[in-house]
Design a protein around this ligand. Sequence first.
Ligand SMILES: Cc1cc2nc3c(=O)[nH]c(=O)nc-3n(C[C@H](O)[C@H](O)[C@H](O)COP(=O)(O)OP(=O)(O)OC[C@H]3O[C@@H](n4cnc5c(N)ncnc54)[C@H](O)[C@@H]3O)c2cc1C
Length: 333
Amino acid sequence: MHVIIIGSGVAGVSFAEKYRALAADADITLITQENDGYYSRPLLSRGFTKNDIEQTIILKTFAKLRDNHITVLSDTNVTDITRTQKTITVRHAEQQQTLNYDKLIIATGSKAFIPPLYRPFSELFFCLNSLSDLKALRRVRASLVKPHWAIIGGGLIGCEVASDLAVAGDNVTLFHVMDRLMERQLVPEDSDLLKQVLEKSGVTVLLNQTISSLSKPQEKVTIITDVAQEFDAVIVACGFQPHTELAVQAGLAVGRGIKVNDYLQTDDESIYALGDVAEHPNGKMYAFILPIRNQALWLANHFAEQTSPSWSPPVFTTKAKVHGFEAVYPYQV
Ligand SMILES: Cc1cc2nc3c(=O)[nH]c(=O)nc-3n(C[C@H](O)[C@H](O)[C@H](O)COP(=O)(O)OP(=O)(O)OC[C@H]3O[C@@H](n4cnc5c(N)ncnc54)[C@H](O)[C@@H]3O)c2cc1C
C-alpha cells in the first residue's frame, strides 16, 4: 500500500513515524514545502530571546526520516489532487511529476489569518507562522537598533510574541480590539494579570483598539486608530486559517477546515485529514500539539488495524508562553 502524506508538521511526521513502526511493508511518502527539517512551531514565539533558535528549533532532519525508510520529498509543493485517478501532482524546482496513492493524508496545517481590513497592506506587515517567517523577522531585527514593534492581536500568539520581543530588549506596543487580552482562553482576572505581566516587561498594551489603516509614508509604518503612531515594523497575529486550497480544488467537503468524520476520513474514503487543517463533526478544530499528535498516532494504529473505536479528543489544556505569566484559573479550550 502506498500512503502519501502532505505536510511535515507534527501531524504529518508523527503519523509517518508511527505508521512506519507498525507497517514494515508499507510504502510511505511524505511531501513538504519545507526545507529545514521538522521543527517545533510552538518555539517560534521564543524566537527572539534564543540566539541559537534557528538550529535548536529543528526536532528532526529529513535525512533522519529517510534513514527510517520514509521517502521525503522536501522543498516540494503539491499542486493538485485527482481523485478519479488517485494521483497527486507535485512541483519541485520547476519540475512536475505525478504520484499514485492508495491512501492520502492531508496534513497541510494552517497559515496566519489576515483580517480583510489588513489585506491591502500586506507589504507593510509580517506574520509569525513558519520558520521562514521567523528568519525574516530575525533579519529585520538584526538590521535595526532597538526597534519599536507593533503587534496587532492580543490572542495567544500576539501576547507570546510581544513578551518575547520585549524580554529580548525591543520596544513593543500591543494593539487588541477587545477589552481584555486572550479573552477566548482566559477568565477576566487572568487577562488582567497577563496585562500587568506584559506591562512590567515593557510592553505598552492598548485595548479596545480599532485600526482603520496602515501606511508607510517613509521609513516607518504608521498605524492609524484615533491617532497615528509610527513603528519600525508590524506583526499581525489575528489567528489561523487552515490550508484547505488542495481540498477545495479536489472537490472535498470543506467548511472552515477540511471536514472529517470520527475516523479522520474526508468524504472521499481514500483521503484523510488531520492537524490544524481538519474540521471535526462537532465543528471544532484541534489546533494544538497534544490533540494533533494524538490524532496522528490514532490514525496510524487505525491504518494498521489496531484500533476500532473512533478518534475522540484527549483531555488537554493550553498555556501561554508569556515570560513570567502563570494563569491562576484553568484555561478555556
Ligand atoms: C507561533 C506559534 C506558537 C504556537 N504555540 C503553541 C503551543 O505553545 N502549544 C500548542 O499546543 N500549540 C501551539 N501552536 C499551534 C501548533 O503549533 C499547531 O497547531 C501545530 O503545529 C499544527 O501542526 P500541523 O502538522 O497540523 O501543521 P503545520 O505545522 O502547519 O504543518 C503543515 C505542513 O504542511 C506543509 N504544506 C502545506 N501545504 C502544502 C502543499 N500544498 N504541498 C506541500 N506541503 C504543504 C507545510 O509546509 C508544513 O510543513 C503554535 C503555533 C504558532 C504558529
